[in-house]
Design a protein around this ligand. Structure first.
Ligand SMILES: *[C@@H]1O[C@H](CO)[C@@H](O)[C@H](O)[C@H]1NC(C)=O
Ligand SMILES: *[C@@H]1O[C@H](CO)[C@@H](O)[C@H](O)[C@H]1NC(C)=O
Ligand SMILES: *[C@@H]1O[C@H](CO)[C@@H](O)[C@H](O)[C@H]1NC(C)=O
Ligand SMILES: *[C@@H]1O[C@H](CO)[C@@H](O)[C@H](O)[C@H]1NC(C)=O
Length: 475
């Protein structure tokens, strides 16, 4: 009788000892496991919950001097829209979304109070304001996976793009990097974890030569700037530029508004097979626009909206959406640059885009648009404008109705991904254009960090020769 009892007791003591050691060990971990790994990420080990949902997603907003951002908003009268002399002040309203479009102006084209007269250049301000409400911000830059530089570089350069003194044109870019490299955050990865956002196309910052015949500032060719990543409405072929959607005029602040819009768009009656909304480029012989306008004018299935100066108001979201809501397809040729805001207005209206050059969307918005381009768009490649003799109407009429419906459904599904939700609201079931952009840039910076950790050169700041190449093949 004695033996089993003692044995039972010994057993108990043994387990007790093991349990105590285990608890001590865990406590030990708890206190000592807040350590800094070589790459400066901090892992915290907790008894209750060892998963921090922000792990790997922390962003630090660099605390820039006033002159790089707020100054431009307060002095909006010095910023013009470029084409005309009216200033940018009205567009600063509503955290950069612009003036709200009131119900009485809708004419059944738009829905609810989610529409604003948004100017594309204000993307910098909208993005900054969305960033301020990001769930994983940190004030401790050593915790951050990425450093956001909230400089309104596009608004800033718009003051100098037409200035013929190149020193003046480049000066604010120099000032910005000079300021950044002095900060402790720079030294950690030599700026390779820094990113900024531009509402202007990347080419506006990529003047290759100090020669007045060349366009833009040389900001993105400064060695410091080369180490940073830039998100812009149009990327260059350099591998530190990334394209994100142009802002449209639709800024929902909750899921319901997206569902409601999708449902309206899905049931839209579409009178026209296709539309072209834009202006001709007579001065550019390489431009396909002349041929497209000719074909549109010659087809009873096509609606042409002439956006030439003095033409119909193509800036008015009600006019723009009305046309796209009434067409099955929209023609999206390149303009002054490869991309156009119109692509996103078209998607927003459930109107299937037709592309003529891979640089207009396929090689740009990789974080936001599907890989399989046939799912949501039609591609009519143009290698040589002079030899181009495709009949657009015939191509579009040949597409079976069931394919059209499937494509449109895909386009409608894209809507939440290409809109910038109101920074004052919150979407629960959707990732918007901002969320996808941030996810993309965090992933990219993580890859760079990983490469640097292995002691290799992350090859940031090189031109990607293949950028537009794959593109002319048929897949
Ligand atoms: C751990 O924390 C995350 C984020 O705070 C939370 O979503 C999750 O439910 C927690 N898990 C447990 C087991 O408490
Ligand atoms: C960072 O610091 C500012 C000013 O002290 C504070 O208002 C803000 O809430 C802090 N943000 C975070 C994410 O801790
Ligand atoms: C350009 O502007 C800078 C700075 O204002 C000035 O020093 C320089 O003389 C100007 N250059 C020319 C060619 O006017
Ligand atoms: C850019 O990054 C590299 C490391 O990848 C570093 O050697 C270089 O000094 C950085 N340039 C600047 C201007 O900080």
């Amino acid at each position: 009788m004695e033996k089993p009892g003692r044995s039972y007791n010994n057993h108990n003591q043994l387990w007790f000892a093991i349990l105590i050691s285990f608890i001590l060990l865990l406590l030990c971990f708890h206190y000592s496991y807040t350590f800094r790994s070589p790459n400066n990420n901090v892992f915290t080990f907790s008894l209750n919950n060892n998963t921090d949902s922000c792990n790997g997603r922390y962003v630090y907003i660099q605390n820039l001097p006033f002159r790089f951002n707020q100054f431009l908003l307060q002095n909006c009268h010095i910023l013009t829209r470029g084409t005309d002399k009216s200033n940018m002040c009205p567009y600063m309203k509503n955290l950069g979304l612009g003036p709200e479009i009131k119900n009485q102006n809708f004419n059944g084209v738009l829905l609810s109070n989610t529409w604003y007269a948004t100017n594309q250049f204000l993307l910098e301000v909208i993005f900054h304001n969305k960033m301020k409400n990001y769930e994983c911000l940190t004030n401790d830059s050593s915790l951050a996976s990425a450093i956001f530089v909230p400089s309104y570089i596009g608004l800033d350069i718009s003051r100098f793009l037409w200035v013929s003194n190149l020193t003046v044109r480049d000066s604010s870019g120099f000032e910005l990097v000079e300021w950044l490299v002095k900060k402790p955050e720079w030294k950690r990865m030599w700026g390779r974890d820094h990113f900024l956002v531009s509402g202007r196309i990347s080419w506006d910052f990529r003047r290759q030569f100090d020669d007045l015949a060349y366009w833009g500032s040389k900001f993105r060719f400064l060695p410091e700037s080369m180490n940073m990543s830039m998100l812009a409405v149009e990327a260059s072929s350099w591998n530190n530029d990334y394209a994100i959607p142009y802002p449209t005029s639709f800024h929902p602040s909750m899921d319901g508004e997206i569902y409601q819009w999708q449902s309206k768009i899905r049931h839209q009656k579409r009178e026209f097979l296709f539309t072209f909304t834009g202006a001709p480029r007579p001065e550019n012989e390489e431009s396909i626009r002349g041929k497209i306008i000719e074909q549109c004018r010659g087809s009873s299935f096509c609606k042409f909206i002439d956006c030439s100066y003095g033409g119909e108001k193509c800036d008015d979201p009600v006019n723009v959406m009305k046309v796209f809501e009434n067409s099955v397809f929209s023609l999206q040729p390149s303009g002054d640059s490869y991309t156009r805001r119109s692509i996103f207005d078209s998607i927003l209206a459930g109107c299937i885009p037709v592309f003529f050059h891979p640089g207009t969307a396929y090689s740009q918005y990789k974080w936001h648009l599907p890989k399989t381009r046939t799912k949501y768009s039609v591609y009519i490649p143009v290698k040589d404008v002079k030899e181009w003799n495709v009949d657009i109407e015939k191509v579009l009429l040949r597409i079976p109705e069931k394919d059209v419906i499937a494509m449109r459904e895909e386009v409608i599904k894209l809507i939440p991904k290409i809109v910038y939700a109101d920074p004052r609201g919150k979407l629960d079931n959707f990732e918007d254009a901002f969320d996808l952009a941030l996810k993309g840039i965090l992933e990219r910076i993580e890859n760079v960090r990983e490469t640097m950790r292995k002691g290799k050169d992350p090859s940031v700041g090189f031109a990607d020769e293949d950028h537009y190449k794959y593109t002319f093949s048929d897949n």
